[in-house]
Design a protein around this ligand. Sequence first.
Ligand SMILES: [Zn+2]
Length: 373
Amino acid sequence: MDIINYLTTIKFGAGALVALPGAMQELDIQRPLIVSDHGIASTGLLDRLKSALTMRAPTFLDVPTNPTESAVKQALSVYREGKCDGVIAFGGGSPIDLAKGVALLATHDGDLEQYAAILGGIPRITSAVAPLIAIPTTAGTGSEVGRAALITLEDKRKLGFISPHLIPKQAICDPELTLGLPPYLTAATGLDALSHCIETYLSPRYNPPAEAIAVDGFARIWKALPQAFADGNDLDARTELMMGALQGGLTFQKGLGAVHALSHALGGLKSLKLHHGTLNAILMPPVLRWNAEAATAKIERLEREAGLRSTTLADALDRLNANFGLPSTLSALGVSRDMFNWICERALADHSHQTNPRALTAADYGAILESAM
Ligand SMILES: [Zn+2]
């Protein structure tokens, strides 16, 4: 296990889960609330987490695919009943985001809404946020080192809660936890991580250190993802993927782009339960084609890193999606054209819209959606 101090303390490596009791001690957590989900409990992973703990801990598992305010409130009441003093998030992006909401409301008064970034909430989130340890079980979201949580409020608005204080105080990244992830989820979560590296790299915000991390993460994921897809037990490939996903999360401060503006909007459709990584896999090729004229040199750099000579990154991603057996169109997921206006409106209002390298109107978003149908 290696210890990396960058934005937060990261304990990284096969078997790193054993570092959990030490992490709790360092953060002075005596009574943790575990936030995970039923899927993870059914794989037996949760038992592994519990056996790494030296005490019994209350556990909240009712985490929806897209975390909601009502689930945050339910988890918060378990936290209060258990007189907890910290949170352990164990899972993919959803349990980690929900745990951030619990850590926030455990120490901050009032409703969640007032802390939303677009409602001026960023300065209202203080260092009093309860200590959170994030342990990812997928190599994808990067939320274990991210400053944001996406939570849907009671009135169905899906809002971003963003603050450096929401970055988990420690991330324990153990690639052994991802060995059992099925090929489809390996591909979809890995392509989400790849999209973080691509979008943060292409973002126009000036931050060369973050760009160097994004390019390195891109190259690792590009090489390791087909290997992990072909052989889920390839620990070297799983380790590279987990590092790439972590690197994608370490660069979030540059901001994402149109892929995420659209996938956040699509993820808010009530009638469909769409998987974030699958959406990004479908949206990356058309958005790269749209951005080509505004980010030519950067896209060429990524093509060199990927070893592409006679093909574009967008075309190579189309082929990769097909090799992984991912759906190739939004229509295959049930998206229809009558939803476009609603989606485009929300994409324009999304925090990722601002940092796309080429400006977009609602009509431009509509054209990208059309090309993905
Ligand atoms: Zn993402």
